[in-house]
Structure formats: structure tokens, C-alpha cells
Write a protein that binds this ligand. Structure first.
Ligand code: ARG
Length: 588
């Protein structure tokens, strides 16, 4: 495994060296390099430097150019405008760098972090005995992508699915089950859909009794106390609700083509034994105070509606613990037991106030600090085509499975239309339909900045034109089909060959994969990876239009070199899509 410095990094280094040779008084000045349309790169750093040194920027720039001298890397460096450097690199450097990437297997020359931390990532956290909704979809899709991205950079990750498996509603559910045994079939006997419909039925039925029967209400209340005090029969029934729900969760995650590990499903209830101590620590340190019997934390800087200070309730006046206490206890567990250096939460932006208060409380308590930090990747709302929160016509929340099924159905129609003429089998059409449909849903979510709302529009999602996963999957499949037609021709880099403009553009973009992923992982922005991949597929399309591959004009070496570019493009697309949790079918 060999990490390959990017062309940008090499040019940057060369420039920085020339700068300090030509202008020792500049210290370690940054040449401020970026990709440019005029040349391959442009450096703007000399402008600021000239100001600082009170010199003429064009003169300084000329000195730096002289200091650069000859090399295999730089073809042309030109001083332009008020003192920019326009930098063109050699075709040889491009091909050689890409060849080094190609020789590095799945990692494509992307370096691993020097000092990896441990990120505990809290994502895909539905609630027991409740249907999952589109918000849970976002958390799962974004969280899964972030995790793949972090793993790829060498960061260590642990997943935590903080499912809602505790609370007063269980008193009602369990009491109902005690009085109506047999209403919930054992989890082992049902599939995901049956599990959810059973849970829904029990939920509705128990709610109806709860709302109409005062005596039942009282028995349900007592049941909450029994649950909290660990009564065996009560806990066993609670466990049945959890198990039944997990059958349902797993069926949805499987549909989403997402791997969820059982040992990482650690819900609110898991922190029960820590809550009293969490409260004691906060009270003893003075971080939390008693107010009207409750234990709360106040914040000057955090205000809610009407500019009123909003306290965080650690313990209610009746002694009960809620959502905040479980999150605070989870922080202690993640920091002190799991030894996390970063806590990442992928939770609806509507909970951002909750997390601000929880994080601030943990900081005051000393559990979080400059070395151990917490972030909430608060994501926006999923909107319908009408721009309002996504609902069915009847105004109900859309069932996640229906939505995914419909995406697959639409995608299968697209795949069939394109696939039948090229002889795809029925089995391939079905399999590809799933990969294209699920990919479409994930990509639509991941290609917009997480913090923004996005429109759930299936027509747009499975469109072959534009910024969609299908477009990227087709680019990949097209390359695979070139290889099926290539006969004996093999991909091989030929650094001695001159590159056409479309080849250079594709090559320079391919080289940026690692930097893009590292940056996107550090800022938790999967949409930057999506944008990169879309750019890659577009540049490949232009290359393919302008540069014949198997019939390359100057003979077998150019065929091999173009196949080499095709191969690296396919591998980069495949790896990049995998980071987003999306598959790339071989034939489409
Ligand atoms: N189960 C919660 C919900 O559906 C999300 C949990 C988020 N994670 C957390 N640590 N609070 O709203």
C-alpha cells in the first residue's frame, strides 16, 4: 500500500520551495494554489506576499519562476495579470501519478490518517413500536455514508443506534399485552412487515383503551413503575416489543442495503443504570441545580421562543429520567468507556437545541473538552414535490417501505427499457433495478448539503440525465462494457504519450479523489463526494465523446493508455459510490 502525493500537493511543494529560495525574507508563505481553467493551476499567494514585503508582485513572481528551474513536473509557468502564476504540468507527470494510483488497489493512492481518532457515530435510530419515517431514512443514509468515508481515511469508527426503546408509553403497551395475551406473535415467527403491522395494531388498540378507560390508565401507570424497577415479567414483555421492532428495523435496513450490527444497537434503555450517577455528578459539581423539585441546567446563551431561557431537564420532579439524561449518560459511556475522541450525531436539525444543551452541559462537567468534541450533523426535512413536508395525499406520513418499493419499481422500468435491447436477463434486470432504485434514493439525499431540506422527487431521482446516481451508474457500466469489447487489449499507462485536452481534464480530476474524500470526511459533507463523482462522470462522458478508446488514432499504445484512464475512472467511481453506500452494476 503506497500513498501517492497528489499533483496539487507536488506543485504546491515545488512552489513553496522556490518561494523560500527566491525570497528568504518571505518565511513560510503559502503560494495559495488552486485548480484553474486558464492553466492547470493558479497560484495567487504572491499578491498578499508582495504587499507584506512592499514589493512589486510581478517582479516577485518572476523571481519565483526563475527559482523553479526545469523539472519533469512543470511544463510551463507564466506570470500573468497583477502577479498570478499560471501553472501547466506535464502530461508525463499526470500519467505517472495516475499510474501510481492505479497500482494501489482499492485505496487508489489515498493516504491513511497519521493519527487516527475514534469517532462514535450515532445514526439510524428509529423508535421501538413505531413506524420509521423519512427522517429516519436520512439519518441512516447520511450516517452510513459518513461512516464509510471516515473509515476510508483511516479513522476508527463505532456505530451507535440510539433507538427510542424506553419511556412511559411502554407502560400502556405492556399492560395491554398482559390483558390481551397472544396479541403479539413471537418475533421469530414474523417478517418485517408483519412485525410492524402487529406493533401498529397493538399500539392503536392499547391507545384506545388508554384514552377511554381511567382504570386501565392507572394500571398502565403502575406498569411504568414496575418497568423502571426492573420487574421480571414486565421486562420480558418490554423485550418482546424491542425484539419485534428489531425484526422490522432489520427488514428496512436490508432493503436499504445497509449493514447494521446488533451489538451497535444500543438504545436509550441501555443507559438506565448510569442515569442516577449522571444526575449525582452534575448536581455535585454544581452544573445542574434543583428547581421546583426537578434537576436542571440553565444556559444564559441558549434561548428558545420569546427569548426565554430554556433549561435542560436532567431529572423530573417525580424522580424520572428522560431523553436528556440518557444522552448525557451515553456521552459518559462513549467518552470514558469507549474512549472516543469524537462524538458525531446524525439527527434531525429539529433536535439541535437539545444537542446544544446536552453538549454544553457535558463540557461544563468536563466530559467534553478541546480534545474530545461532539458535533450534531443536523439534517433538514424531506419535502414532497409540493415543497411541504413529505406526506401522503391523505396527510399521513409515508411508509418507508412503500417509498423504497416504489423507487425500485420505477428504477426497474428504466433498467428494463435500456437493458432488454442489450440482452440483460430477467434476473439482472431485477437485481439492477434494486441497486439503481436504492442508489437513487440514497444519492438524492447525499447530493444536497445535509443541513438543507430536499425534495423527494422519484421522477428526478431515476432520471438518466443530470446529477443522479443512475447517471453515475451508467458511466460505470459503460466503461465495463468497453472492457468486454476490448478483446486482447489491456489497460497500461504510457507516460510518453501526449494527452488530449479531455484526457488531461479527466486525469487531473481523477487525481483529486483522495483530497476530496479527506476534506469531505473532515467536514462531514458527503455531498462533496457526490459532486466530485458527478464531475468525474461528466468529464468521462466528454473524454469518451472526444477520444476514441479502442480505435485510438495513434495505435496500440494509445489504446492501452486510454483503457488505463477508463479503468482508473471505473475504479474511482466504484470506490466513491461505495463510500456513499451505493452499488455499481456491471451491466446496465
Ligand atoms: N430516536 C430518536 C428519534 O427518533 C433519535 C435519537 C437520536 N440520537 C440521540 N442520541 N439522541 O427522534
Amino acid at each position: 500500500m503506497a500513498s501517492v502525493p497528489s499533483l496539487a500537493a507536488s506543485v504546491h511543494q515545488r512552489l513553496a520551495d522556490a518561494l523560500s529560495a527566491a525570497l528568504p525574507e518571505a518565511g513560510a508563505a503559502d503560494p495559495l494554489l488552486r485548480r484553474s481553467d486558464r492553466a492547470d493551476f493558479q497560484a495567487n499567494g504572491l499578491l498578499a506576499l508582495a504587499k507584506k514585503l512592499k514589493g512589486n508582485p510581478r517582479e516577485l513572481a518572476t523571481k519565483v519562476v526563475d527559482a523553479l528551474g526545469e523539472s519533469d513536473l512543470l511544463k510551463d509557468v507564466e506570470v500573468s495579470g497583477p502577479g498570478f502564476l499560471n501553472i501547466t504540468i506535464t502530461d508525463r507527470a499526470i500519467t505517472e501519478t495516475l499510474a501510481a494510483r492505479a497500482a494501489d488497489g482499492d485505496r487508489l493512492g489515498v493516504p491513511l490518517k497519521d493519527k487516527p481518532g475514534l469517532t462514535v457515530i450515532d445514526y439510524a435510530q428509529p423508535n421501538v413500536a413505531k413506524e420509521m419515517h423519512v427522517g429516519h431514512l436520512r439519518s441512516a443514509v447520511i450516517g452510513d455514508a459518513l461512516r464509510h468515508m471516515l473509515d476510508f481515511t483511516g479513522e476508527r469508527t463505532i456505530g451507535r443506534h440510539h433507538i427510542g426503546d424506553w419511556g412511559t408509553q411502554f407502560g400502556m403497551l405492556i399492560q395491554y399485552l398482559i390483558e390481551n395475551p397472544g396479541e403479539l406473535a413471537p418475533a421469530a415467527d414474523v417478517d418485517g412487515e408483519q412485525a410492524m403491522s402487529n406493533l401498529n395494531r397493538v399500539y392503536k388498540a392499547s391507545r384506545a383503551v388508554f384514552d377511554s378507560d381511567e382504570e386501565f390508565k392507572e394500571r398502565a401507570r403502575k406498569r411504568v413503575v414496575a418497568l423502571q424497577s426492573g420487574d421480571k415479567e414486565t421486562l420480558d414483555l418490554w423485550q418482546r416489543f424491542v425484539d419485534e421492532s428489531k425484526v422490522y428495523f432489520y427488514s428496512v435496513f436490508e432493503k436499504l442495503d445497509m449493514e447494521i450490527r446488533d451489538d451497535e444497537i444500543v438504545g436509550e434503555s441501555a443507559y438506565n443504570d448510569m442515569m442516577a450517577e449522571t444526575a449525582r455528578l452534575l448536581e455535585e459539581s454544581g452544573v445542574a441545580v434543583r428547581s421546583e423539585g426537578a434537576l436542571v441546567v440553565f444556559f444564559d446563551e441558549i434561548r428558545g421562543k420569546d427569548d426565554q431561557p430554556v433549561p435542560l431537564i436532567v431529572q423530573k420532579a417525580d424522580g424520572g429520567f428522560g431523553y436528556a439524561a440518557s444522552d448525557l449518560s451515553a456521552i459518559r459511556n462513549r467518552v470514558f468507556d469507549l474512549q472516543a475522541t469524537t462524538l458525531l450525531y446524525v439527527v434531525d436539525v429539529r433536535q439541535s437545541l437539545h444537542f446544544r444543551m446536552v453538549f454544553e452541559t457535558a463540557r461544563r462537567a468536563g466530559w467534553l473538552n478541546d480534545d474530545v468534541t461532539a458535533h450534531n450533523m443536523g439534517y433538514g426535512t424531506v419535502l414532497g414535490a409540493d415543497g411541504k413536508p413529505f406526506k401522503t395525499r391523505a396527510g399521513e406520513t409515508v411508509r418507508l417501505e412503500d417509498l423504497l418499493d416504489e423507487a425500485v419499481e420505477r428504477a426497474t422500468a428504466v433498467v428494463r427499457e435500456k437493458g432488454e435491447p442489450i440482452g440483460l436477463s430477467e434476473q439482472e434486470i431485477t437485481e439492477n433495478g434494486v441497486q439503481v432504485g436504492i442508489g437513487a434514493v440514497k444519492y438524492a439525499d447525499l447530493s444536497t448539503s445535509p443541513s438543507r431540506d430536499y425534495k423527494f422527487d422519484l421522477d428526478q431521482m431515476v432520471s438518466l440525465n443530470g446529477d443522479t446516481s443512475v447517471y453515475l451508474q451508467y458511466a460505470y457500466a459503460r466503461i465495463r462494457s468497453i472492457f468486454r469489447k476490448a478483446g486482447d487489449a489491456r489497460p497500461e499507462a504510457h507516460p510518453e504519450l501526449a494527452l488530449a485536452p479531455a484526457e488531461r481534464a479527466l486525469g487531473l480530476h481523477l487525481d483529486q479523489f483522495g483530497e476530496t474524500v479527506i476534506e469531505a470526511a473532515a467536514s462531514y459533507e458527503p455531498h462533496k463526494v457526490a459532486a466530485y463523482l458527478y464531475g468525474l462522470a461528466s468529464l468521462f462522458t466528454t473524454f469518451y465523446d472526444q477520444c476514441p478508446v479502442l480505435k485510438a488514432e495513434s495505435g496500440p499504445d494509445q489504446v492501452a493508455n486510454r483503457l488505463f484512464l477508463c479503468d482508473l475512472t471505473a475504479r474511482t467511481l466504484h470506490q466513491g459510490m461505495a463510500l456513499l453506500g451505493i452499488r455499481t452494476p456491471e451491466r446496465l
